[in-house]
Design a protein around this ligand. Structure first.
Ligand SMILES: [Zn+2]
Length: 227
């Protein structure tokens, strides 16, 4: 990381108060553990750009950046995966079995924490509408996920959705990890791999850091405001 990038992150973070680890969400408090979930992995690359770049690697970079910023802030974190591979159990053999096992293992990890907040990182794709772009935050049904999603969306609107702000949305019940998490969870679709320009910048290290910074800043804003 260049000195300029480190300085820009430090400057941004200096505006963000420390998230004090706590199980509750009263004003100024944070979850004991923020679980950062880099979507997909291994043979399951998720959405793919027209140039053949899967979202799994981009998700991991943004997740790692967020982990690093949280570490800097003193907020304990856990990653569902910290490498390129998925986290399926050895008995899974088919792609379908691996995907199911991977999601079950992630949920088991998440639900194993007494108090946690989940931030799942993904990339969107809508090949039929290649102009569609921007970052959008989804939330599960566990309170106060919707409130946190709003705070993160606000920061993403300031950081990357500068031409057109987006609004948060409840996640579809078909998204297993979000549905099964017993803790509040948000899923950030950072951008559209189906948009040629956005696909390019989503692979840029500085842009990935900007996204991670906005996500962490939004979470910290939520902690400061309380439920
Ligand atoms: Zn995805």
């Amino acid at each position: 990381m260049s000195m300029r990038r480190i300085l820009s992150v430090l400057l941004l973070m200096s505006a963000v108060l420390l998230c004090a680890p706590n199980a509750a969400y009263a004003k100024g408090e944070s979850a004991a553990v923020v679980v950062i979930d880099a979507g997909h992995g291994g043979e399951d690359g998720g959405a793919v750009s027209s140039g053949g770049v899967p979202e799994s690697g981009i998700n991991l970079q943004i997740a790692k950046n967020a982990e690093w910023i949280f570490l800097f802030l003193g907020q304990p974190t856990a990653m569902t995966r910290s490498g390129e591979g998925a986290v399926y159990s050895p008995e899974a053999s088919t792609l379908r079995e691996k995907k199911v096992s991977d999601l079950k293992n992630r949920v088991a990890q998440i639900n194993g924490y007494e108090a946690a907040f989940v931030i799942s990182i993904h990339q969107n794709s809508l090949p039929s509408h290649p102009k569609v772009h921007g970052a959008q935050v989804f939330y599960n049904t566990v309170l106060p996920a919707a409130v946190a999603a709003g705070a993160v969306q606000e920061k993403l609107n300031e950081a990357v959705n500068t031409d057109k702000p987006r609004t948060v949305s409840a996640i579809s019940s078909s998204i297993y990890l979000m549905k099964e998490s017993r803790h509040p969870a948000i899923l950030v679709e950072c951008g559209f791999l189906s948009n040629p320009r956005e696909s390019e910048i989503l692979q840029d290290a500085a842009y990935q850091m900007r996204l991670a910074t906005a996500i962490v800043a939004g979470y910290c804003q939520f902690c400061r405001n309380g439920e």
